[in-house]
Design a protein around this ligand. Structure first.
Ligand code: PBG
Length: 334
């Protein structure tokens, strides 16, 4: 059959028809809401490059979580701004670290019953140099002397952090550092501590991206020298992303996260076709800020552009989406 017998527009005539043939769904439950916890009480400090996103003291974060739970949001992804930073990022695994405090407080609230509490595992918010692992000086006479993020010594610190966060009440730990071997190190450490039921959501393919810029203001985690290109992936590489995914799964990742989302939807699709594990995609800070900048100028319709960006990520193959729009989108979907 072809035109004029066949007419594609027949199924687009009414809202009800369009809903009936809609291929991709989006539910509040699919959305994970990132929160940035900071010391103090009663603090709600807006991130200048991310309208509607705040650094929250623990008490305010609990209120925010309760609102998110009410709206049916699926879970939270927790980041921390510690009281102080040091060379190794010891604030990340402190018994009374900022995210650990937040997890315990959230566990006390009824909101936690409904939300999956995911703790980001990384050192960059906690190190004075802002890198995601231990920094060492290299003087090997190769002529390339300088500072380097040292992979292997970073693993024990990341593992310790994951254990500490799981003990404080994280349902899921999510390593975002991109060190080699960290998933295996974290799995072994969790199991050693009897935390055999804590799943690992690994940021399996995380690209070195300009779109993390606003996050580094939100989390105060900008590298103080150099950049992250020696550990995060080159944005040009799809096959390498598949290798990262295979390795993380072989090391014991239960779910994988792809990041950023919009400039890498082909990677999400390729991952979806390759593996059976649940896949999340992270609509990162720059994607959010970019849309908001256009909203402020009146150049894009906020509601429609937001929903289209989220449905696109689901259509690419993501089961769930980490997004700063989680509450806004959940309100619309209610
Ligand atoms: C920490 C981390 C980053 C993001 C999530 N975890 C920043 C980075 O790698 O520099 C970015 C999230 C966002 O931009 O919203 N390693």
């Amino acid at each position: 059959m072809a035109f004029p017998e066949l007419r594609m527009r027949r199924l687009r005539r009414t809202d009800a028809l369009r809903a009936l043939v809609r291929e991709t769904t989006l539910e509040p439950n699919d959305l994970i809401y990132p929160l940035f916890l900071c010391p103090g009480t009663g603090i709600r400090r807006e991130v200048s490059s991310m309208p509607g996103v705040f650094n929250l003291s623990v008490d305010e974060a609990v209120r925010e979580a309760e609102e998110a739970a009410q709206l049916g949001v699926g879970g939270l992804l927790l980041f921390g701004l510690p009281e102080s930073k040091d060379e190794t990022g010891s604030g990340a695994w402190e018994e009374n670290g900022i995210v650990q405090q937040g997890l315990r407080a959230l566990r006390q609230s009824s909101a936690a019953q409904k939300l999956v509490l995911i703790a980001d595992v990384c050192l960059c918010e906690y190190t004075s140099h802002g890198h995601c692992g231990v920094v060492v000086q290299v003087r090997d006479g190769s002529g390339r002397d300088g500072f380097e993020v040292d992979n292997d010594p970073s693993l024990a610190l990341l593992a310790k952090t994951a254990v500490s966060l799981a003990k404080a009440g994280a349902d899921v730990v999510a390593p975002s550092d991109m060190m080699d071997g960290r998933v295996a190190a974290i799995r072994a450490a969790l199991d050693r501590e009897g935390l055999t039921q804590t799943p690992i959501l690994s940021y399996a393919s995380k690209f070195a991206s300009a779109f993390y810029g606003p996050f580094r203001e939100a989390a105060d985690s900008a590298p103080q020298f150099g950049d992250r290109r020696s550990y995060q992936m080159d944005g040009a590489n799809l096959r390498e992303a598949m290798r990262e995914i295979d390795l993380d799964l072989a090391e014991g990742a239960d779910m994988i996260l792809m990041k950023p989302a919009m400039p890498y939807l082909d990677v999400v699709r390729a991952a979806r076709e390759r593996v059976g594990v649940p896949i999340g995609a992270y609509q990162v800070s720059g994607e959010y800020s970019m849309l908001h900048a256009a909203f402020q100028k009146g150049w894009l319709d906020p509601t429609r552009a937001m929903m289209e960006s989220l449905v696109g990520i689901r259509r690419a193959g993501a089961d769930f989406i980490v997004t700063y729009f989680a509450k806004d989108a959940a309100k619309l979907l209610a």
